[in-house]
Design a protein around this ligand. Structure first.
Ligand code: BGC
Length: 799
């Protein structure tokens, strides 16, 4: 990994699925895996193309039941480009050739994927091929592949096959392969008679139409080269064979430009018409790359984060890789579209492209780099508010109950049974009981408001979302007269290992500390909003959401009486009864499986259940120290009538650190964050582990099914907010740097309340540079002291 380049210097088909995910190119609207264009889907090559928010539902027979799943659809393969020497020879496939040289590089700065190959076939013909690919960030409907081919020791005719391959299904995740995967049907295809080919496909149930058109041009000596072309008569495939005369050592350039439109696009007539129009006047690849690079330059200018650390370029490169995939998943091209932030990017089919609480790890970055984008993405949740309200009513509650997994229309998309690939058994899945997702939605709205002061958003949409979540919690919380405390029963916390009590038939757990704490926090924010709103607006919102003053009095009471389980040593118990669970033989499992593992699957395979043990998949209680500063936390705890002292934070961290299996990539981010105050070197260790999650596929095979966007964004945010000690509190942007000794300095820009602020932080100094904008003065707090800053200010502070 270099500062701006992810590179692989040898051909390794086994590693190809991982590389494909990590080399995905996208632009916030479409994404295509970094698969080889020359080979259609096979064991090591999976050329998936995904449309942001392009879902479809299918029913499958699973373990004797009919189950409907909603999937992120794999659309036709526009990459398709290959060649052969003779009609009776095999098509080009590195796996069948002797690979003499191979270099694959992803240029993160410009968004270009390049492969340089030299290979020899069974007739001893040696060929060099450089393939460059771009999925434009400047025009999200445009993509291109450029091949430069050099016949090293041969001359003669070759046949280049180029086209759009509609013979695809959803087949990218092994454990879903028993499920129905034919999500699309090809509706129309063909040549237009101008060397253009097109293909439209429609998803079977959701009826989204995607049209693609391509044009393939051949150049020799930098001049267009006229060749004989013939349509390929294959079903569900639109494309041509081009006969090209090659001369030894004379490079041939192949340029394939592609246009992609969908029926979800704005400002179009019909997707096919638009695709054809665009591809007819497509520019040379060089120009497409250049324009896309300009759009990337703007992104990097806003969002780059530089660290000066002991590890040379390695960590910096991974930070760039993480930002790169974040902005390939959601970018300015996504703005206005009805799309949420998927936990696995649009990079593969894992978790079916669903939207989870992982947004919680992603929005902080977006708020500080591109608040308009964050606002647009929050609307995904606002549009699904009616559905969330219906879900609450259906279960006998009020307000909004957001689904744990969300897709097209906001119904619950979590699977009811899932396959344990270790045991090959289908097991019930109760993770949908993670009601805390609704608090995450409210938290994201509030954080956005804090960093932007976008009162219009709060009044028009945000307040309604937060108030609905508050109403949900107040309808779910029940008083336990014995304790004189409110309780929330039958839920699952972030630690998905625990979904029920051992030996009990009832689902869920009681009083998950994180859920209850978050509920108290939401109720307090809702009350703050009711005080903030002017009377008339409040009255209207009361009618719309359905609450009155009596209800707010109840919120007040619940927010001061929610039950949080503690043990006698002052450790917050993850849920009621957690302390009574059995000890796990950690030594045994760590020895066998390493530092991160899916204990739930391992134990199920051993006919045991992880529900029996005090073992966590991921941070649960520790989430509180991640999301809230100690001041904020003390405030909530004291509001709840618990005396919680800062020293307890460290003790709680130690307790949960010892029983964490890090079965989710999100876990390391939180563990690093919570150590940042108390033990910087452990924080650094966890941070470097978090950085490796995807690039080294630490979870063993999951990254190839899609990157982990929460961990990617979360790891960058660890430096941005965690190590800079950035926090927005009481209308002040606080910095309280806590750089680990391994980092000499960090540099970044943030957008805060309409100012662009350039920050440089070292162990000795913090320097703050305001742009020449026009926004009102704001307060910046440095290590406890407040300072007023206005536009064009530049100041330095000794630390
Ligand atoms: C984690 C969840 C996460 C989901 C999607 C699961 O493995 O336990 O917290 O939301 O993956 O990333």
């Amino acid at each position: 990994m270099k500062e701006w380049t992810l590179s692989y210097d040898h051909w390794n088909p086994e590693e190809q699925p991982l590389r494909e995910a990590l080399c995905t190119l996208g632009n916030g609207l479409f994404a295509t895996r970094g698969a080889a264009e020359e080979v259609p889907g096979n064991d090591y090559n999976y050329p998936g193309t995904y449309l942001a928010g392009g879902y479809n539902r299918l029913t499958s027979d699973v373990a004797g039941k009919k189950i409907e799943n909603e999937d992120l659809v794999n659309w036709p393969n526009w990459l398709f480009l290959t060649f052969r020497h003779q009609e009776d020879e095999e098509w080009f496939d590195l796996d069948r050739l002797e690979v003499l040289e191979y270099l694959q590089e992803l240029d993160l700065k410009q968004g270009v994927l390049q492969r340089k190959m030299k290979f020899q076939d069974e007739h001893d013909r040696v060929t060099s091929l450089i393939s460059r690919r771009v999925f434009s960030m400047s025009n999200p409907h445009e993509a291109a592949i450029e091949w430069t081919m050099i016949p090293e020791n041969w001359s003669g005719q070759i046949f280049i096959r180029s086209g759009i391959d509609g013979r695809v299904t959803n087949n990218g995740v092994e454990r879903y392969r028993d499920l129905e995967g034919t999500h699309i049907r090809v509706e129309e295809k063909g040549p237009t008679g101008e060397d253009l080919y097109y293909l439209s496909a429609r998803s079977i149930q959701s009826e989204i139409k995607v049209s693609m058109a391509c044009r393939t041009r051949i150049f020799r000596r930098e001049e267009p080269f006229v060749c004989k072309r013939e349509e390929v008569g294959m079903e569900d495939f639109a494309g041509e064979d081009i006969a090209v005369d090659c001369e030894q050592m004379l490079p041939i350039r192949v340029e394939k430009s592609v246009a992609l439109f969908s029926s979800r696009d704005f400002a179009i007539s019909d997707p096919l018409g638009e695709a054809l129009k665009q591809v007819r006047c497509s520019r040379e690849c060089r120009i497409i790359k250049q324009r896309s690079a300009q759009a990337w330059e703007e992104i990097w200018e806003r969002s780059d984060l530089r660290i000066e650390d002991e590890n040379g370029h390695e960590n910096q490169g991974i930070i760039h890789l993480h930002l790169f995939h974040l902005y390939q998943t959601v970018s300015r091209n996504s703005m206005g579209y009805d799309i949420g932030v998927p936990s696995r990017g649009w990079h593969g089919e894992a978790y079916r492209g669903h939207i989870f609480w992982d947004e919680l790890y992603i929005f902080p970055l977006l708020n500080l780099h591109d608040p308009q984008l964050a606002r647009s993405l929050l609307m995904y949740r606002y549009r699904r508010l009616p559905r969330a309200r219906k879900a609450a009513v259906d279960e006998g509650y009020r307000g909004s109950m957001y689904p744990w997994q969300s897709g097209s229309n906001g119904r619950e998309e979590s699977q009811v049974i899932h396959l344990n690939p270790r045991s090959d058994r289908w097991i019930p899945d109760n993770t949908h009981l993670q009601r805390h997702i609704s608090s995450a939605v409210a938290y994201n709205v509030w954080q956005y408001y804090q960093s932007t002061k976008d009162i219009e958003f709060l009044l028009t949409y945000g307040a309604e979302m937060i108030l609905n979540v508050a109403l949900f919690w107040s309808s779910l919380a029940e008083i336990n007269p014995r304790r004189d405390r409110y309780e929330i029963r039958g839920v699952v916390g972030p630690d998905e290992f625990h979904t029920g009590y051992p030996g009990s038939d009832s689902q869920g757990l009681n009083n998950n500390a994180y859920t209850n704490f978050m509920a108290a926090w939401v109720l307090r924010r809702a009350l703050e909003i009711t005080r903030l709103l002017e009377e008339d607006t409040l009255r209207k919102l009361q009618v719309r959401v359905g609450f009155d003053q009596e209800e707010t009095a109840l919120w007040e009471e619940i927010a001061s009486k929610l039950y949080i389980p503690f043990n006698e040593q002052g450790i917050i118990m993850q849920f009621e009864g957690f302390g009574e669970l059995e000890e796990l033989d950690w030594e045994k499992y760590r020895r066998k499986y390493g530092r991160s593992f899916r204990l739930d699957r391992i134990l199920e395979e051993e006919n045991d259940s992880v529900n029996r043990y005090r073992a966590c998949k991921q941070a649960d209680v520790l989430m509180l120290f991640y999301l809230f500063s100690s001041d904020e936390m003390m405030e909530i705890f004291s509001g709840l009538g618990y005396s919680f002292k800062p020293e307890q934070i460290v003790e709680n961290i130690e307790y949960y650190q010892a029983i964490a299996s890090h079965g989710s990539t999100l876990s390391r981010v939180v563990h690093s964050w919570v150590y940042a105050r108390s033990d910087r070197s452990r924080s650094w260790d966890q941070f470097t582990e978090a950085l490796k999650m995807d690039i080294e596929d630490v979870q063993g095979g999951t990254t190839s099914e899609g990157i982990h966007l929460g961990a990617m964004a979360g790891s960058v945010d660890l430096v941005l907010r965690g190590y800079s000690g950035m926090e927005i509190r009481d209308d002040v942007l606080w910095f309280n740097p806590r750089l680990p000794k391994q980092i000499e300095g960090i540099f970044f820009r943030v957008r805060y309340r309409s100012h662009w602020i350039r920050m440089h932080i070292t162990h000795q100094k913090i320097s703050i540079d305001f742009d020449k904008g026009w926004a009102d003065p704001v307060e910046i707090g440095i290590c406890g002291e407040k300072h007023t800053f206005q536009r064009d200010d530049h100041r330095e502070f000794e630390l």
